[in-house]
Design a protein around this ligand. Structure first.
Ligand code: NDP
Ligand code: 2IT
Length: 451
């Protein structure tokens, strides 16, 4: 609970933000979570308020919107809306993923870009924050349709990106296949081979461990939280949502650590495998999702376990929850159910997967709660390492990249402990991540004066 005077300031700021950004609930939510964390610090340090840092940080540098016309396999004209929201480049060139999903709109991309700005700051690497994408649904589209869409999208996006300007990567619906098509078109347009995208294939400038980095990093972070209290993720029962890039590599790293993942999901429902998802079963999921682009329900048929149609996995008792699908997938009610069932920790692989009411429940119950901007920062961190390797025209081994990823996740944990332990004994990782991420960007903005 915030002090009444702090709450009043939060409410006042949020009222203005809502008025300026009408009808953008996801953006309001992301900002509110941060403002609740940092307002006590801002009140103690008036220089940030005098310089209107919060007002400026919540106003993206620019929002680019464009038409993406393409032709489907039947020869029909199709049109989608493309975006790039360049939020803040105070500490480095804009950096952040591209999302292709029918739900994509300005509110979602502004929330993701704002989160990305603070997340990238936490990595300690020189990266600003951005996010982009389109309301394009890759599901059911042929490879040729996806290629034509990507080429049309990149024909416009090329004008706004570059290795020292803005470096996009993948997110929901954008994986190695899409990055290949996008990078191919980018190179055609500028006639140079430069690392203006990350998440590239290994043959053309990609980094080892990038595809694994978000899920691996999330488990490394949760292990750090347990280690601090003399425990470990080993033998813990884990409930994972999603079955895409982040979920797959979270499950893989959990298996390396001797934990027991028992669920996976997609937008149709979740599978519950009480015997545990093994490495063989995970390989089946990877083939199902990455090659055959099938549905997770097929897992239940193949391995004879339950499929819960239209449901999320939070009703299954567990020690650790790893939401790894999308935003707002854990409601306050889900959070309470998890806590009532003995939850110890949460590692957010997805961006903002927990509604604010759920965040408060985790905080109140002193759950080891790793918020997304800390827990899933491993993905963009290895993207940063991919940029470094491209700039050096050199590639590091998987071991070298993995070691650096572990070091970065450890450092993020250290920063969260430093800034999240200033009010009481228990580490509030939400406050820690928000404050640590904010200060670096804010201090850079202060140095620039009125810009
Ligand atoms: P993928 O596209 O590889 O996988 C997304 C998964 O989430 C799929 O299983 C998908 O199911 C499911 N999903 C997507 N939207 C919904 C929805 N509205 N309701 C239920 N399930 C849904 O994406 P990623 O694994 O890359 O991304 C997952 C999350 O992790 C996102 O929040 C993303 O922003 C975040 N993230 C990703 C990073 C990365 O490096 N890729 C880095 C940091 C964060 P279906 O196939 O049925 O749509
Ligand atoms: O949300 C994220 O951090 C990402 N989708 C990864 C961004 C990146 O630039 O690698």
């Amino acid at each position: 609970m915030l002090e009444p005077a702090v709450q009043k300031e939060v409410d006042c700021f949020m009222q203005g933000l809502r008025r300026r950004n009408h009808g953008q609930p996801e953006f309001h939510q992301a900002v509110q979570e941060v403002v609740e964390s940092i307002m006590p610090y801002l009140l103690e340090n008036p220089k940030y308020r005098k310089a209107q840092i919060l007002e400026r940080m919540t106003e993206p540098d620019r929002i680019i919107t464009f038409r993406v016309s393409w032709m489907d396999d039947e020869g029909n004209y199709r049109v989608n809306r493309g975006y790039r929201v360049q939020c803040n480049n105070a500490i480095g060139p804009y950096k952040g993923g591209l999302r292709f999903h029918p739900s994509v709109n300005e509110s979602i991309l502004k929330f993701l870009g704002f989160e990305q700005t603070l997340k990238n700051s936490l990595t300690t690497l020189p990266m600003g924050g951005a996010k982009g994408g389109a309301n394009f649904n890759p599901k059911g589209k042929s490879d040729n349709e996806v290629m034509r869409f990507c080429q049309s999208f990149m024909t416009e996006l090329t004008k706004h990106i570059g290795k020292d300007r803005d470096v996009p990567a993948g997110d929901i619906g954008v994986g190695t296949r899409e990055i290949g098509f996008l990078f191919g078109q980018y190179m055609r347009m500028i006639n140079e081979f430069t690392g203006a995208l990350t998440g590239k294939g290994l043959e053309y400038g990609g980094s080892l461990i990038r595809k694994e980095a978000t899920g691996y990093g999330c488990v490394y972070f949760v292990e750090e939280m347990f280690e601090r209290i003399g425990d470990s993720v080993k033998d813990k029962v884990c409930v994972v949502s999603g079955s895409g890039n982040v979920a797959q590599h979270t499950i893989e790293k959990l298996l390396h650590f001797g934990a027991k993942p028992i669920t996976a999901s997609d937008s149709s429902g979740f599978i519950h495998d009480p015997d545990g998802i093994t490495m063989d079963k995970l390989n089946y999921i990877m083939d199902l999702k990455n090659n055959r682009r099938g549905r997770i329900s097929e897992y239940a048929e193949k391995f004879d376990c339950e499929f819960h149609e239209g449901k999320r996995p939070w009703i299954v008792p567990c020690d650790i929850a790893f939401p790894s699908a999308t935003q707002n997938e854990i409601s306050a009610e889900d959070a309470q159910t998890l806590v009532d069932n003995g939850l110890r920790a949460v590692g957010e692989g997805a961006n903002m997967p927990t509604e604010i009411g759920g965040v408060h429940i985790f905080q109140k119950n002193k759950i080891l709660y790793a918020p997304s901007k800390a827990a899933n920062a491993g993905g963009v961190a290895v993207s940063g390492l991919e940029q470094t390797q491209n700039a050096q025209r050199y590639s590091w081994t998987a071991e070298e990249v993995d070691t650096k990823l572990k070091e970065i996740m450890k450092e993020i944990h250290t920063q969260c402990v430093k800034y999240g332990g200033w009010t009481n004994e228990h580490i509030d990782y939400v406050n820690g991540a928000n404050l640590a991420g904010f200060i670096r960007v804010a201090d850079a903005m202060l140095a620039y004066g009125v810009v």
